[in-house]
Design a protein around this ligand. Structure first.
Ligand SMILES: Nc1ncnc2c1ncn2[C@@H]1O[C@H](COP(=O)(O)OP(=O)(O)OP(=O)(O)O)[C@@H](O)[C@H]1O
Length: 263
C-alpha cells in the first residue's frame, strides 16, 4: 500500500435530519488516483467538501499522514496541500492563463511590482508539468478562448502552483467531448506521474475507470465498495455493480426469484 496521505475515519454528516454520510472510512495514498463514484445524492459532494474543510462533519475524524488533524478548516485543508477544482473551476475567463494560475498569489518584487517574466517562466513549466502539448497555447492565452479540457488543465496547474499534494476533481469531464475528455484524463495521468494524488469524482464510470487506481462507490451516504483496479476487470464490472446497488430491494428480490424460476 502507498504511504497514507489523507483519511476519513468513521465520518458522518447530517443536515438536520438528512443523513448525507454515515460512518464513512476512506483513505487516499500518496501518488494514487482514487475514483469516487455514486448516484445522485450518494454523498460525493459532501465528502469532498469535508476534505476541503468547507463542511464540518457531524462526527468522525480526519487524519493527515496517519495523524489526527485537529481544528480542520478550509485553511488547514489548503495548508495540508488539498486543492479542490469544483465544477465551475473558478477561472477568470477574460484573463490570461498566467493571471489565472497566479490569481491571489502573484509573484511580486520588493516594491510590490509584479514579476511577470518569472510568472511566465513558471507558468510554462507548470503547463509542461500538467501535460499541455499544443504549441498554440501559451501562458498569455486567454482562458475564455481555451477548450473545456484545457480550462480544466489550467485549474489543475493552479492547484499545483498552490502546492497541492492532493487534487480533488469534481466531475472534471462533465459535458466534455471525447477529445476534450482525453485531454483531461491525460492531465490526470501527468499529475499522478508527478507524485501527487488525485480524487476523481465522476458520473461517467468509463472515464473514472480509465484513470483511477482504486475505486470507492458511495450509496446513500455509505461506502458500498472499495476496490483496487486489479480486482475490477473492466469498467463494465463497475457499472454492473452500481446497477445492482441502485436497484430497489423489491426489484432485486424479483430478479433473484426470476433467476430461481429459470433454473
Ligand atoms: N446543505 C445541505 N442541506 C441539506 N441537505 C443537503 C445539503 N447538502 C447535501 N444535502 C443532502 O445530502 C445528501 C447527499 O448530497 P450530496 O450533494 O453530497 O450528494 P452527491 O453524491 O454529490 O450528489 P450529486 O451527484 O447529485 O451532486 C442528499 O440527500 C442531499 O440532498
Amino acid at each position: 500500500m502507498t504511504e497514507r496521505l489523507v483519511e476519513l475515519r468513521n465520518v458522518s454528516k447530517f443536515f438536520g435530519r438528512i443523513c448525507a454520510l454515515s460512518g464513512v472510512n476512506i483513505r487516499i495514498g500518496k501518488g494514487e488516483v482514487v475514483g469516487l463514484v455514486g448516484d445522485n445524492g450518494a454523498g460525493k459532494s459532501t465528502l469532498i467538501k469535508i476534505l476541503a474543510g468547507v463542511v464540518e462533519p457531524t462526527s468522525g475524524e480526519i487524519l493527515l499522514r496517519g495523524r489526527l488533524a485537529a481544528g480542520w478548516s478550509a485553511l488547514r485543508s489548503r495548508q495540508a496541500g488539498i486543492e479542490t477544482v469544483f465544477q465551475d473551476r473558478a477561472l477568470a475567463m477574460q484573463q490570461s492563463v498566467v493571471r489565472n494560475i497566479f490569481m491571489g498569489r502573484e509573484l511580486t518584487g520588493r516594491f510590490g511590482w509584479l514579476k511577470l517574466g518569472k510568472e511566465i517562466r513558471e507558468a510554462e513549466w507548470l503547463m509542461r508539468e500538467i501535460g499541455f502539448t499544443s504549441s498554440l497555447l501559451s501562458p498569455r492565452s486567454i482562458v475564455g478562448q481555451l477548450s473545456g479540457g484545457e480550462r480544466q488543465g489550467v485549474a489543475m496547474a493552479r492547484a499545483i502552483y498552490n502546492q497541492a499534494e492532493l487534487i480533488i476533481l469534481d466531475e472534471p469531464t462533465a459535458a466534455l467531448s471525447l477529445v476534450e475528455t482525453a485531454k483531461v484524463l491525460r492531465f490526470v495521468h501527468q499529475v499522478k506521474a508527478s507524485g501527487r494524488s488525485v480524487l476523481f469524482i465522476g458520473h461517467n464510470i468509463h472515464h473514472v475507470y480509465d484513470v483511477a487506481d482504486r475505486f470507492i462507490v458511495l450509496d446513500r451516504g455509505t461506502v458500498v465498495l472499495e476496490a483496487d483496479r486489479a480486482t475490477l476487470p473492466s469498467a463494465d464490472a463497475l457499472v454492473a455493480f452500481m446497477e445492482d446497488v441502485a436497484r430497489p430491494p423489491t426489484a432485486m428480490a424479483q430478479s433473484v426469484a426470476d433467476a430461481g424460476a429459470n433454473r
